[in-house]
Write a protein that binds this ligand. Structure first.
Ligand code: UDX
Ligand code: ADP
Length: 465
């Protein structure tokens, strides 16, 4: 049996950071070193003030505080961390390709490949390499080819250990996972040994019946499938939300009635302005691309519809704002409450707020944004990334402020795009008084109570009723 004493994790982001913090906390005998080429990110993880860590996740700073310097380390020295580790997790980003073949669909594996080449160059003794990033099926084979053909003759075992944590609840999800999935070369003795060494790590806190081992392809495909199923539920209820608006039904009531069927279940049926996050869209596009590459056009079309519906949901929410404001928002001030893709995270990747704002900016609106955890720098970077207009225009048309009240003052309409708890508790009477009339309130999260808002005088619109 290989007993792991030293772990290296390449990539100190939303996956690598929290996952390694928990492993370090639960396994004080294992030295965990998280490395990243982003010096600013590593410096933030190493900040004496644990509240300055680069990722906002409830409960994470306390865990980092407990383990950092004891058996949890953050560094930019990737080579030494690889050299010293028996097990190396790859948690680098795998964005959708923005160029060339598979543009807009396939995962860009260049960061993964760079990691593999670096591991191959540095490794002097046998290593277990664990895929943690979400990857297209059969990436493990690519990793294996690179490692075996460019390495120094050492043995590499490749494992797939997909991450199922959701942002905002990462600590809870890591502490009590529904399941831990480990894929490996279970037909060989070395492969089995490698799988067991990772099972042993998780066994420090996860009950045995929650640890599944499979062959590597099943593990890779299960991750894409789980995210596709989850996203599909959101698109399913969002499709119904539009029908509810036309028919007088209420999407919450429909979701409740449907979810009480134990075969369907009640979770993930919250209608919204559209799902965001780094995984759902990327993974489905990936699935569509893989299906197409095997000529499975019906399979590809089936899953692509989940994305089409999601894009439609964001667009129709924005279009409804324009329509309701007498068909023009040109020169009007629109307040966006919430920029993160869900509450309790500072992550904004694929957030609906970006697309809704971009739409409104194209209609010449002036946007004012407030989000409790997202920086102005990030908000501008998200809009600039779309490349819809010159960066300077984003600076002049979009203002980012520090309180919700300030954001709403003198505005024509307020749109709630992230379900932050604090938005429920705002002084809505004062907000109403300070807005232009009629005061429009668009709830993209079904977070606010219609009755009390209408009593205050708001023209209230919520997705799905
Ligand atoms: C997701 C998966 O849940 C997780 O298992 C995987 O490891 C990574 O991808 P994450 O993207 O962090 O996690 O958050 P999740 O809670 O799944 O939410 C994704 C998006 O769907 C958010 O924008 C959220 O607001 C939206 N959503 C979710 C809804 O609109 N309605 C719902 O009922 C649930
Ligand atoms: P995720 O949500 O998958 O964790 P992030 O973008 O938050 O994605 O984190 C991925 C991290 O991986 C980034 O901080 C990035 O700098 C880092 N990274 C990418 N390529 C490499 C590499 N070759 N070596 C070290 N770190 C890398």
């Amino acid at each position: 049996m290989t007993t792991i004493k030293n772990i290296c994790c390449i990539g100190a982001g939303y996956v690598g950071g929290p996952t390694m913090a928990i492993i370090a906390q639960k396994c004080p005998d294992i030295k965990v070193t998280v490395v990243d080429i982003n010096e600013k990110r590593i410096a933030a993880w190493n900040d004496e003030d644990v509240n300055k860590i680069p990722i906002y996740e409830p409960g994470l700073s306390e865990i980092v505080k407990e383990a950092k310097g004891r058996n949890l380390f953050f560094s930019t020295d990737v080579d030494s961390a690889i050299d010293n580790a028996e097990m190396i997790f790859i948690s680098v980003n795998t964005p959708t390709k923005t160029y060339g073949m598979g543009k807009g669909m396939a995962a860009d594996l260049k960061y993964i490949e760079l990691c593999a080449r670096q591991i191959a160059r540095v490794a002097k003794n046998d290593k277990i390499v664990v895929e943690k990033s979400t990857l297209p099926v059969r990436t493990a084979q690519a990793l294996k080819d690179i490692l075996e053909n460019t390495g120094n003759g050492v043995d590499f075992q490749i494992l797939s250990n997909p991450e199922f944590l959701a942002e905002g609840t990462a600590v809870e999800d890591l502490n009590n996972p529904d399941r831990v999935l480990i894929g490996g070369d279970i037909d060989t003795a070395e492969g089995k040994k490698a799988v067991q060494s990772l099972v042993d790590i998780y066994s420090n806190w996860v009950p045995a019946e929650h640890i599944l081992t499979t062959n590597i392809w099943s593990s890779e495909l299960s991750k894409l499938t789980a995210n596709a199923f989850l996203a599909q539920r959101v698109s399913s209820i969002n499709a119904m939300s539009e029908l509810c608006e036309k028919t007088g039904a209420n999407v919450n009531e429909v979701a409740k009635a449907v979810g009480m069927d134990s075969r369907i279940g009640s979770k993930f049926l919250q209608s919204s302005v559209g799902f965001g996050g780094s995984c759902f869209q990327k993974d489905i596009l990936n699935l569509v691309y893989i299906a197409k590459s095997f000529g499975l056009n019906e399979v590809a079309d089936f899953w692509e519809q989940v994305i089409i519906l999601n894009d439609h949901q964001k667009r129709r929410f924005a279009a409804n704002i324009v329509k309701t404001l007498f068909n023009t928002v040109s020169g009007k001030k629109i307040t966006i409450l919430g920029w993160a893709f869900k509450k309790d995270t500072n992550d904004t990747r694929e957030s609906a707020a970006i697309y809704v704002s971009d739409y409104l900016l194209n209609e010449q609106a002036e946007i004012v944004v407030y989000d409790p955890k997202v920086t102005a720098e990030q908000i501008y970077a998200d809009l600039d990334y779309l490349g819809t207009r010159p960066d300077s225009e984003n600076r002049s048309l979009v203002k980012v402020v520090n309180t919700a009240e300030e954001a709403c003052k003198d505005s024509h309409a307020v749109a709630v795009l992230t379900e932050w708890d604090e938005f429920k508790e705002l002084d809505w009477k004062k907000i109403y008084d300070d807005m232009l009339k009629p005061a429009f309130l668009f709830d993209g999260r079904r977070l606010l109570d219609r009755k009390t808002k209408e009593e205050l005088g708001f023209e209230f619109y919520a997705i799905g009723s």
